[in-house]
Design a protein around this ligand. Sequence first.
Ligand code: ADP
Ligand code: ASP
Ligand code: MG
Length: 407
Amino acid sequence: MALIVQKFGGSSVKDAEHIRNVARIITDTYRANNDVVVVLSAQGDTTDELIEKAHEINESPSRREMDMLLSTGEQASVALCAMAIEKLGCPVISLNAWQAGISTDSNYSNASIKTINDERLRAELDRRNIVIVTGFQGINRRYDITTLGRGGSDTSAVALAARIRADLCQIYTDVDGVYTGDPRIIPEARKLDEITFDEMLELASAGAQVLHNRSVEIAKRFGIQLEVLSSLDPKPGTIVKEVAKKLESTAISGVARDENVACIAITHLEDKPGVAYRIFSLLAQRKINVDIILQSIGRDNTKDITFTVAKGYADEAIEELMEHKDELNFADISCDTNVAKISIVGSGMINHPGIASQLFEALYNVGINIRMISTSEIKVSVLIDAKDSDMAIRAVHHKFFGERAGA
Ligand code: ADP
Ligand code: ASP
Ligand code: MG
């Protein structure tokens, strides 16, 4: 007997037929003599629809009320799935985040899980119940509902798997594994049998939404091996683990695109020590994550600082900086949301010089201008115009995987 956590994303539970399919996967696992904990996302596009509804009423609602609203999607799916499992004759119970003891900080709409009190969950498993838990949501110290950020149900699943020391954590989705690039945009993308936690973490952080980046962080920290697989096509998926077998010695494992990017430029700042520190500490206090940062060389005692944040945080970032305009002493601040980030990721990069130049060449060959560049040991990212991003991601993927050239 094994203890298995299975997570199903929105597309896997989008309607009654899909819920029945998921219920069959779960009950087959249960009937094979396993303990099963299930984590579900909201059905289909429910979360997007709820966001739209909110904006019909208020264009900038508080994050607390948004969490209260968005968490309802997951609550509906767990109850519906429990009903489908009841019909298949297995004992089942659905729990929300409060009942499942998932405590988070109070960073509404992007909360982090602090602790999980698994007493109730354990008791239900001891009664041989299948336990279905709402993904995406938690409870803060004041018992307010929080959410973990878009795509956060993966993180709920991995955190639960770590807490109850599950033998296996399966992430069921609408593709049959992790590919070298988003298979919906890059038809020639190849499925990976295995990928390391580090590479997956970089890919997820670079915008490959197949796994929520914090879920990979937790899986790495607690050594939880993940399997990403399809809920509609029963075949082995991709294993995400510490060390991955590689069939070929490729320098990069994948390419990713992030369209959820806003580029903020602050111009004519005074060129003196402490300016960058002040700007980014103000943003950190508001819990705004900054990604790529570019500072121009000082000229005439002034400099410009440009940086990127997730689109949903751009207004807040500008508001915070404008509140300190006199102190920061800048001429202008602007925001461009028509940008996208393209990244290549791979641990083999360290041993393959010239990878970045191949990326730049691929973009040059299709006439795409690069606005910002950032690199880490296993990742190179560029910021480009959003309108070029489909062409860019295909060209870059083709450069590294198309004819196995250079990779
Ligand atoms: P779920 O609703 O199951 O959580 P998501 O939409 O969050 O599913 O994630 C699955 C999607 O991730 C796929 O449909 C695919 O378009 C996208 N994706 C992006 N990059 C990759 C990649 N490298 N490999 C596989 N899928 C990817
Ligand atoms: N329903 C949430 C979202 O759409 C969480 C998730 O699907 O993981 O982002
Ligand atoms: Mg997802």
